[in-house]
Design a protein around this ligand. Structure first.
Ligand SMILES: [Zn+2]
Ligand SMILES: [Zn+2]
Ligand SMILES: [Zn+2]
Length: 162
């Protein structure tokens, strides 16, 4: 992060003040330039498009580390993936190595195949459990295009009650 020491309240592109902190659906925090505005109709930023991404503060979980007993924290990567890690773990940037306890558990959604066909396209359905424990049936052809940031394949989804 080369701009960590830069003045954080002014847009480096146009000099306007930065706006308030907002959060994405994946929990990442950002500040947009106040000279820019997200237009939901055109799905484009109008004006200055500078965005300052903020480091996500880890959230402490009420769960002890299975290795050393220290509290676990919930960390979110910049791609929105969640993991539990030990709060004693930190990154020594001088030595370029991790220090403290190295316990990490990735929190992933899980997918199980179902013996049921999609009512929309006839492909098999899968049971998907999100990281938050919500369950849904969805079509096995459904996917996510990371480059285009859009869903691909069949869009059939049926949420199940917990
Ligand atoms: Zn700007
Ligand atoms: Zn630990
Ligand atoms: Zn389908």
């Amino acid at each position: 992060m080369p701009d960590a020491a830069a003045p954080s309240n002014t847009c480096p592109k146009c000099g306007s003040p930065l706006g308030d902190i907002t959060a994405t659906p994946t929990g990442r925090k950002l500040r947009r330039c106040s000279a820019g505005r997200w237009n939901p109709e055109t799905r484009k930023v109008e004006g200055c498009d500078y965005v300052l991404w903020l480091a996500v503060e880890p959230e402490t979980l009420g769960e002890p580390c299975p290795k050393c007993g220290a509290p676990l924290v919930l960390a979110v990567t910049r791609f929105g993936k969640k993991m539990k890690k030990c709060s004693t773990n930190s990154w020594d940037s001088a030595a370029k190595k991790a220090t403290g306890c190295d316990y990490v558990a990735w929190i992933n959604g899980t997918t199980e195949p179902l013996e049921e066909n999609c009512p929309e396209c006839g492909a098999k359905l899968v049971l998907y459990t999100t990281a938050a424990g919500k369950r849904m049936k969805k079509c096995s052809t459904a996917g996510w295009d990371k480059a285009k940031k859009e869903a691909t394949g069949c869009t059939y989804v049926e949420w199940l009650r917990a």
